[in-house]
Design a protein around this ligand. Structure first.
Ligand code: PEP
Ligand code: MG
Length: 568
């Protein structure tokens, strides 16, 4: 078995077609007729631009406009004066077109591939794609026509360039294996858009296989098998059927309400980090945003974001969500989340230190700037304020006092906002769970952060491998805490959600349903999966399971019982 990066989900089984790279070496000649050389170069570039635009048209029709942009970007790139101008200058000075092209492209490739940012590094591979394509035009080299491969073909190549991907006929390509590329590379994006299973970054795969070898690609796990035995093949044929069945089933949940088997309505929200992610939440059919981690606005910056900068970001998320709820968590920094320009003092125990709401209350100018930006943005949708890491009722009261002061100022200034904007608590500490009844009197809503609640309940540092066995939301102590928080919220008549990872865990969902959780906030890609699982459980079934596991003593027993009861 070969291991690579799981870039596009699903199981692909088929016969290999290797896309071998051509020998593109050339001998640099001295150019005697500069005008003719420039003409040859111009024709190669024009032909490349023409082909690329035609391929972009195909992609737009077959895949979508966003994906077509990638190829259009290539045509623009070569036409950019910074690139082609430089190349023509070299030809003017007597250089061979192939040499000018290679020298300028390599210079840009070198520059972009050094950059930290993955998007920038991606530009290096785009330029390399352009270089190879134009070089082939100059050398008169023709590629395999990918659009003509037989049904059930697995493409194996060093790198699947956007120009290659554009020729793929979805029905004929069972899978893709490459030697380079990551989860966010263009080949990965295009493979996902085409829903073709892909495993990328499998070292040496091109030389390790032959045309017509049988390949199995598990694009969910990142596994590749070449010429597997009958047993492995049968296993993956079943897995492929199961995957196809599951995908078809999930699609039927798109655009539907989230209903239990009894027809009770629940809600699936999304966790997002940036306003742009709100688009993803909408595309994935999220019913709201249950956690907007506002700290990313602070982390991806070199200065404290101003009120207006924050206002624009929150407004963008609210407008994108078109009136659906957006719960904005106020700044949750410190602990594992450092912001260099804020100069946090080093602490012996940062997870138990001066962080999140504690830091915010102690820095009212900074905090009120954020709260004012959120309250102003509330005029553009359904915003809610969520306070992280609360441990005392006083903290909630302090934040609510700030919000009231801000509302008073905004009224006086005649600035619009939602008078009813709610202030809720992120329930993620052992203290907040213990006094959930008291918190429920102060808060307009609860959202349970199981990532931290597990750590703070079990006294476990998430990053410490030696105690990782204790870090589980299925520990009886954590489950009791979750139940206690939900019960307290319900008794006080406030809505209770969950935005920790556990909300999307198929094993956890029936327990949460039994405890009475209203809103499940998950990674956008898991919305349909969570909705599907909820649809399979009735309250009576979930209660019976919860009664059974809540009487168990150990995490291992609980997980085993939940696995045995799981509905696929
Ligand atoms: C949590 O603690 O469960 C949570 C959602 O917040 P974060 O992971 O950002 O700490
Ligand atoms: Mg947390």
């Amino acid at each position: 078995m070969y291991k690579g990066i799981a870039a596009s989900r699903g199981i692909g089984i088929g016969s290999i077609c290797r896309l071998i790279e051509h020998d593109l070496s050339f001998e640099a000649k001295i150019v005697s007729d500069i005008a003719a050389e420039k003409d040859r170069f111009r024709k190669a570039i024009d032909s490349f631009v023409e082909d690329t635009n035609a391929m972009a048209d195909e992609i737009r029709k077959n895949i979508g406009p966003k994906e077509a942009e990638i190829l259009l970007g290539h045509a623009v790139m070569i036409s950019d004066p910074a690139m082609s101008g430089e190349m023509f200058k070299m030809v003017d000075a007597g250089q061979f077109a192939e040499s000018a092209l290679t020298a300028v492209c390599d210079m840009f490739i070198g520059m972009f591939s050094q950059m930290e940012d993955e998007m920038m590094r991606q530009r290096a591979s785009d330029i390399s794609d352009v270089k190879v394509s134009v070089l082939k035009k100059l050398l008169g080299v023709k590629d395999i026509d990918i659009s003509k491969v037989a049904p059930g073909t697995v493409l194996v190549c060093k790198d699947l360039t956007p120009s290659m991907t554009s020729q793929i006929v979805k029905e004929n390509v069972a899978g893709i294996i490459t030697e380079v590329g990551g989860k966010t590379s263009h080949s990965a994006i295009l493979a996902r858009a085409l829903e073709i299973p892909a495993v990328l970054s499998v070292p040496g795969i091109v030389d390790a296989v032959n045309d017509k070898d049988t390949a199995i690609i598990d694009g969910t796990e990142g596994d590749v098998y070449i010429n597997p035995d009958g047993e492995v093949l049968s296993k993956y044929i079943l897995k492929r059927e199961e995957f196809i069945r599951k995908q078809a089933e999930l699609k039927t949940f798109f655009g539907k309400e989230t209903l239990t088997a009894d027809g009770d309505k629940l809600e699936i929200y999304c966790n997002i980090g940036t306003p742009k992610d709100a688009k993803k939440a909408m595309e994935c059919d999220g019913e709201g945003v249950g956690l907007f981690r506002s700290e990313f606005l602070f982390m991806d910056n070199t200065h404290l974001p101003t009120e207006d900068e924050q206002f624009e970001a929150y407004k963008e998320a609210l407008e994108t969500m078109q009136g659906k709820t957006v719960i904005i968590r106020t700044l949750d920094i410190g602990g594992d989340k450092d912001i260099p320009y804020m100069d946090f003092e080093k602490e012996e125990n940062p997870f138990l230190g001066f962080r999140a709401v504690r830091y915010c209350i102690a820095n009212p100018d900074m905090y009120k700037t954020q709260l004012r930006a959120i309250v102003r943005a509330s005029a553009f949708g359904k915003a809610k304020i969520m306070v992280p890491l609360v441990t005392t009722v006083d903290e909630v009261r302090s934040v609510k006092k700030f919000v009231e002061e801000i509302k008073k100022d905004l009224r006086a200034e005649g600035i619009a906002f939602d008078e009813g904007i709610e202030v809720g608590c992120m329930m993620e500490t052992a203290a907040s769970a213990a006094i959930a009844d008291l918190m429920a009197k102060e808060a307009d809503f609860f959202s349970i952060g199981t990532n931290d609640l597990t750590g703070y309940t079990m006294a476990v540092d998430r990053g410490n491998a030696k105690v990782a066995y204790l870090y589980s939301a299925f520990q009886p102590a954590v489950l009791r805490s979750i139940k206690q928080i939900i019960t307290a919220g319900k008794e006080a008549g406030i809505p209770v959600g969950m935005c920790g990872e556990a909300a999307a865990d198929p094993l956890m969902i029936p327990l949460l349903m039994s405890f009475g959780l209203d809103e499940y906030s998950v990674n956008p890609v898991l919305v349909l999966t969570a909705r599907c699982i909820i649809s399979k459980w009735s309250k009576a079934e979930a209660d019976a399971l919860a009664d059974k596991v809540m009487a168990m003593d150990t995490e291992a027993e609980i997980v085993a019982a939940l696995k045995a009861a799981a509905k696929e």
